[in-house]
Design a protein around this ligand. Structure first.
Ligand SMILES: C[S@@+](CC[C@H](N)C(=O)[O-])C[C@H]1O[C@@H](n2cnc3c(N)ncnc32)[C@H](O)[C@@H]1O
Length: 209
């Protein structure tokens, strides 16, 4: 029997509870084999904290558990989450309200690649757990650069056993990178520095402007 094929939007639209529970109710398996999920959250938290009363763009915000963590633990004044899976956004809005940060956040439905931000820019933009599903990170990163004032945080999955398992299990396309790809993709952007933080099965990059 052939495997079902979905877009990343279709795949994630029915997995808001599943992904939220990696943070809310982590199993022993999650703690051992999904360490990258927690590392990248912590790296972004540090960057947002350093920024003070900043604005944050959370690209592919998913269930918004990260967005809420960042708002509750920093002085960030506003966070815009964008995700093309509307069930994720609904989860995120409810979670933000329940955690008392609904007034400092907004979650919109859209594909980051085509969303019109107008003249809006954000001090820190974050895309964690997202490059995995983006076919053209070159275009994605250029757009991220255009909407960011101070720093961009991105997580990048490396190839390996975990990626092979995801290719087998997931019904949407997934992509991987290596350190040279990450450096090359940042070439030509308006950045002053690029820091690469190793994590389980991947890298989190911090590009400062
Ligand atoms: C693995 S989840 C990660 C969620 C969240 N960033 C986190 O780390 O908790 C990936 C999310 O990115 C969203 N996504 C992927 N590509 C996107 C795009 N081009 N525009 C908007 N959302 C996107 C998916 O719908 C999904 O909710």
């Amino acid at each position: 029997m052939s495997k079902a094929v979905h877009t990343a939007q279709q795949y994630w639209d029915v997995r808001s509870d599943l992904f939220a529970n990696y943070y809310k109710k982590p199993s022993l398996f999650d703690k051992m084999f999904r360490k990258a999920v927690y590392t990248r959250t912590a790296v972004a938290l540090k960057v947002i904290k350093e920024c003070g009363q900043c604005t944050v763009l959370d690209i592919g915000s998913g269930p918004g558990v990260n967005s809420v963590t960042w708002l509750k633990n920093t002085d960030a004044k506003f966070l815009l989450g964008i995700d093309f899976a509307e069930n994720m956004n609904e989860y995120a809005r409810k979670h933000a309200e329940a955690e008392g940060v609904g007034g400092r956040s907004k979650f919109v439905e859209g594909d980051f690649m085509t969303y019109d931000f107008g003249m809006d820019k954000y001090d820190v933009s974050v895309a964690v757990g997202v490059a995995d599903y983006v076919k053209d990170m070159d275009v994605f990163l250029k757009k991220m650069d255009n909407v960011t004032n101070k720093a961009m945080v991105i997580s990048w999955p490396l190839n390996g056993l975990r990626m092979a398992l995801r290719r087998y299990r997931y019904t949407c396309p997934v992509y991987h990178y290596n350190e040279a790809d990450v450096r090359r993709l940042h070439e030509g952007l308006a950045i002053k520095s690029l820091e690469l933080v190793p994590m389980q099965g991947g890298i989190t990059s911090i590009a400062r402007k």
